[in-house]
Design a protein around this ligand. Structure first.
Ligand SMILES: *[C@@H]1O[C@H](CO)[C@@H](O)[C@H](O)[C@H]1NC(C)=O
Ligand SMILES: *[C@@H]1O[C@H](CO)[C@@H](O)[C@H](O)[C@H]1NC(C)=O
Ligand SMILES: *[C@@H]1O[C@H](CO)[C@@H](O)[C@H](O)[C@H]1NC(C)=O
Ligand SMILES: *[C@@H]1O[C@H](CO)[C@@H](O)[C@H](O)[C@H]1NC(C)=O
Ligand SMILES: *[C@@H]1O[C@H](CO)[C@@H](O)[C@H](O)[C@H]1NC(C)=O
Ligand SMILES: *[C@@H]1O[C@H](CO)[C@@H](O)[C@H](O)[C@H]1NC(C)=O
Ligand SMILES: *[C@@H]1O[C@H](CO)[C@@H](O)[C@H](O)[C@H]1NC(C)=O
Ligand SMILES: *[C@@H]1O[C@H](CO)[C@@H](O)[C@H](O)[C@H]1NC(C)=O
Ligand SMILES: *[C@@H]1O[C@H](CO)[C@@H](O)[C@H](O)[C@H]1NC(C)=O
Ligand SMILES: *[C@@H]1O[C@H](CO)[C@@H](O)[C@H](O)[C@H]1NC(C)=O
Length: 413
């Protein structure tokens, strides 16, 4: 995936007033034709936080980062409160983002899924290629159903720009970027992908938090939301963010991240990835090693702003579908069926196969997401069986995608 960078053919002469659009690759899958490009995206927000006033600038070394993680999660720690309380700052600017666009090989697209990957992920999360099968690729399943998919390395990740990782690369600014991208798609000026008037926001983990916050400032950006790896009950306990063991990326994987500053971090090894993302044995060894070998870095600004998006209230009335693995570690403390809720919001069954499994209507922690979308007229949940946080890397991925496609069809978007 990273090798695509080496295929980059620079445009010979760029007209300076135009955004930089550089197409680098065309790829043909089973159901989808994909192409990649860079585009400069302008956005502005007044809602970033002056995190540097709380956690300082990039940590000088890994031992300092470990100590500050302990301080943050320590008994009686006030760091989280200080972060929530930090002064708001304005951030604006145009940053280069890397995109992958996939469309059905035949026929016109019904609409577009605009995806938002999570921490430790990148655009590739939505087009996972495993074992010569299209079945782990969301983009392939979408194309099979007649939909296009637009994925991007979010700001700070992979091939996209890497500005100040503490005060600029935070969820409020990324929300503004996502709004700006959707707006460009609706007016038809994002690279050469054309114009769409049906756009569904799809998120995973941090990307789902981003969308939950986004609809409070821009409810018309997306005609529906698909939130995967998400609940409104993320754990602060041992299976939460602390278990990612955020490690300075250039220390953990110097060959991949040597140019990242020290506020760019990543999980340090494959077994930490298993803890955060996988349910044994419902994945293949290739899947786990592919995840680890292609994963993305994230910033301390992202890690410390992730919950800010959920503080915002919204009146979003459009359809919302929450799809989370039964054993999701960070969002369910590895057991979504442990809940104090006594009735299920609206869990969706298997509409294709007429399943009557009793788990269908069992309340789960996914139902806590209903609090975030009190006005949605079509809110449903689906617990993916025998699956953890990294749904797309499990053998159940195709089943999860089928549920998403079915939801979209039934919702008449
Ligand atoms: C939050 O800010 C208020 C007003 O500046 C201050 O009184 C309070 O002590 C702060 N709380 C924390 C946890 O820093
Ligand atoms: C696709 O859309 C174009 C332009 O709207 C139209 O001319 C063409 O007939 C459509 N093709 C199919 C297969 O629907
Ligand atoms: C993908 O999944 C579908 C549905 O379960 C199955 O019919 C097909 O054989 C799978 N394809 C591959 C290559 O495994
Ligand atoms: C699309 O056009 C609008 C209006 O001119 C502009 O604000 C926006 O930045 C453009 N988007 C891209 C990706 O160039
Ligand atoms: C991965 O390979 C090891 C060694 O063959 C095996 O014990 C383990 O069960 C495999 N994991 C999965 C998920 O299949
Ligand atoms: C998960 O793996 C177990 C053991 O291989 C298998 O019995 C079970 O059917 C799998 N679950 C799903 C939903 O595929
Ligand atoms: C939601 O709607 C209510 C009633 O119309 C309004 O008072 C409130 O400000 C709205 N909230 C948002 C976040 O738009
Ligand atoms: C939230 O998760 C905890 C486990 O971490 C669980 O005990 C609790 O019941 C959950 N809350 C709800 C409302 O589901
Ligand atoms: C479930 O959905 C139905 C119809 O969409 C709605 O009337 C009902 O209130 C929902 N139940 C809950 C608990 O949200
Ligand atoms: C579900 O099963 C029942 C009984 O077997 C059948 O009558 C009904 O048509 C099925 N519904 C669907 C949507 O397949």
């Amino acid at each position: 995936m990273l090798n695509q960078l080496t295929l980059l053919t620079l445009l010979g002469s760029m007209v300076y007033a135009l955004p930089s659009i550089q197409e680098i690759k065309r790829d043909s899958g089973t159901y989808a034709n994909c192409r990649t490009f860079y585009s400069d995206i302008y956005a502005e927000t007044t809602q970033n936080s002056d995190l540097k006033s709380v956690i300082g600038g990039p940590p000088p070394n890994q031992q300092v980062l470990v100590e500050s993680s302990i301080q943050q999660f320590a008994a009686g720690s006030m760091v989280m409160n200080q972060i929530m309380n930090a002064t708001k700052i304005q951030v604006s600017g145009s940053y280069s983002l890397w995109f992958e666009y996939c469309e059905p090989k035949s026929g016109n697209s019904t609409g577009l899924f605009q995806t938002h990957h999570g921490l430790v992920g990148n655009a590739g999360y939505w087009n996972v290629q495993l074992d010569n099968s299209p079945n782990n690729s969301f983009a392939e399943s979408a194309a099979q159903a007649g939909w296009s998919t637009l994925s991007y390395d979010r700001l700070g990740v992979g091939r996209s720009a890497k500005p100040d990782g503490t005060n600029i690369v935070q969820i409020p600014f990324e929300i503004a970027q996502s709004v700006s991208i959707a707006k460009s798609i609706r007016s038809g000026n994002l690279s050469d992908i054309g114009k769409f008037d049906k756009i569904i926001g799809v998120g995973h983990s941090y990307g789902s938090n981003l969308l939950a916050g986004l609809v409070s400032i821009s409810p018309s950006s997306f005609d529906a939301l698909i939130l995967t790896g998400f609940t409104n009950n993320a754990t602060q306990g041992p299976l939460g963010l602390f278990s990612f063991q955020s490690t300075i990326a250039n220390v953990a994987y110097p060959s991949r991240f040597s140019t990242d500053l020290n506020d760019y971090v990543i999980t340090p090894n494959m077994y930490v990835d298993q803890t955060g993302f996988f349910h044994y044995p419902n994945y293949t060894n290739t899947s786990l090693s592919t995840f680890t070998n292609t994963k993305g870095e994230y910033t301390l600004g992202q890690q410390n702003s992730i919950s800010a998006a959920l503080q915002l209230k919204n009146n979003y009335t459009s359809p919302v579908f929450v799809v989370t693995g039964e054993f999701d570690a960070p969002y369910c403390a590895a057991n979504c069926y442990i809940t104090s809720l006594t009735s299920s919001s609206n869990s969706t069954g298997n509409s294709n196969s007429n399943s009557t499994s009793s788990s269908m209507n069992k309340p789960s922690q996914l139902d806590t997401a209903k609090e975030v979308f009190p006005s949605s007229t079509n809110f449903q949940t689906y617990v993916v069986p025998d699956t953890a946080h990294g749904i797309n890397y499990h053998t159940t991925a195709y089943d999860a995608y089928s549920k998403i496609i079915q939801f979209v069809k039934n919702a008449n978007i």
